[in-house]
Write a protein that binds this ligand. Structure first.
Ligand SMILES: *[C@@H]1O[C@H](CO)[C@@H](O)[C@H](O)[C@H]1NC(C)=O
Ligand SMILES: *[C@@H]1O[C@H](CO)[C@@H](O)[C@H](O)[C@H]1NC(C)=O
Length: 383
């Protein structure tokens, strides 16, 4: 008799109360953040008034159990400004990111992407946001360094500051980010070398980047050599280091890595021979080593690879015979153009297969590619 009643009571107690208002201190922090930004035409912040910041404010989400702000998600349009298909009105927000966001100490997602004109630094205090999982400020005018103690953000899965004017070196502490899956620093003014990633040989308690899948440092001023341990990172699948000032040899571990599908080392100052270490598990949708100072022959073991979609070894100092057989038979001669003394290989037969590079990668940093990536990572972390 009493049982259904109890069940009903429990059901009521468990039903989530609809939280409309955030706490007064979170409300003040949001208002201070809004005050730092100016959005003259489009009214992104027009709903940011009154007290119902959890239910009515555009882009704000809260933890329903206590009304603390958990997410700010303000995503502009990822259009290429040089493109001829420019929509009539492109949205610009001016101003800077107020350090007041650091008072939102339960914040887990902060997305302020593609507003083009937001300048000033990444507030260093964001490293105190211990719940932060996603930090995405792609496509603005942010300057100054990446906060030095970024390694404190142990839950961070996405750190994306591409297409800004971020300068200075990559902080060493970044290699402690054990949850990081997607790191995109491309198209900035980053200098110095690539910090040596710590790998599985040390106790995980110290923390190392064991989950990193996508690394994009392209179009910066990164110098020094490519760390050996990069190729030992177990889930790394795409590495873009193109358009930098890297020198020295390509580490063999990188090319023999099992999981790597996209490797772009184009337009650096890499020297030495291409390590002849490919294996049957090698599967490359794109392997671009063009515009370096590589010498020696085309590696014969590439024939072992289970797939090589797009290969670019052009504009180096390679020499010798291009091996026959797959994958060399389906590659265009432009893959080998402008080398020292390469010969053989397939002749200039036009191919009807569309160039894969158009799909996998850009001529310039492709904002659209990133949007897709962002969505994948987001849905992955939602699950
Ligand atoms: C961009 O910001 C600057 C000041 O930082 C301002 O003078 C300029 O008008 C802004 N441009 C647009 C398109 O909003
Ligand atoms: C590699 O990077 C270069 C320089 O940024 C770019 O031109 C090229 O298209 C990229 N290669 C591939 C296969 O995407």
């Amino acid at each position: 008799m009493a049982l259904p009643f109890i069940v009903l009571l429990v059901l009521f107690a468990a039903a989530p109360e609809v939280v409309r208002c955030c706490t007064p201190s979170d409300l003040q922090a949001l208002l201070a953040f809004k005050a730092g930004l100016k959005d003259p035409n489009f009214g992104v912040f027009s709903t940011w008034k009154g007290s119902e910041c959890c239910s009515k404010w555009y882009g704000v989400s809260c933890d329903m159990s206590d009304g603390r702000v958990a997410g700010i998600n303000l995503h502009g349009e990822a259009v290429d400004l040089d493109s001829s298909m420019l929509p009539r009105r492109v949205r610009f927000i001016t101003g800077s990111i107020s350090p007041a966001i650091c008072r939102l100490d339960r914040l887990s997602t902060f997305i302020l992407a593609y507003w083009r004109n937001i300048s000033g630094p990444i507030p260093p205090c964001i490293t105190s946001l211990s719940m932060l999982r996603i930090f995405d400020v792609v496509g603005n005018q942010l300057s100054g360094p990446i906060p030095g103690d970024i390694g404190r953000l142990s839950r961070l899965t996405v750190f994306s500051v591409a297409d800004n004017q971020i300068s200075d070196q990559i902080p060493r502490s970044l290699t402690n980010l054990a949850s990081l899956m997607h790191l995109d620093l491309s198209n900035n003014r980053i200098t110095g070398d690539i910090p040596e990633p710590l790998t599985g040989t040390i106790p995980p308690s110290i923390g190392y980047m064991e989950r990193l899948a996508d690394l994009d440092l392209s179009v910066n001023r990164v110098s020094g050599t490519i760390p050996n341990t990069l190729g030992k990172m177990r889930v790394l699948s795409s590495v873009y280091l193109d358009c930098n000032a890297l020198s020295g040899a390509i580490p063999p571990t990188l090319l023999s890595s099992h999981g790597l599908n996209i490797l772009n080392l184009s337009r650096n100052a890499l020297e030495g021979t291409i390590p002849d270490v490919f294996i049957a598990q090698s599967y490359y949708t794109a392997l671009d080593l063009s515009y370096n100072r590589l010498t020696g022959p085309v590696p014969k073991t590439l024939k072992l690879a289970s797939y090589v979609g797009h290969l670019d070894l052009s504009n180096n100092n390679l020499c010798g015979q291009i091996p026959a057989g797959e994958p060399f038979d389906h590659l265009q001669s432009s893959s080998f153009a402008n080398n020292h003394c390469l010969c053989g290989g397939r002749s200039e037969v036009p191919t009807l297969t569309p160039s894969i590079s158009e799909n996998t990668r850009r001529a310039k940093p492709s904002r659209l590619r990133r949007t897709t990536l962002d969505l994948t990572v987001r849905s992955r972390s939602d699950g």
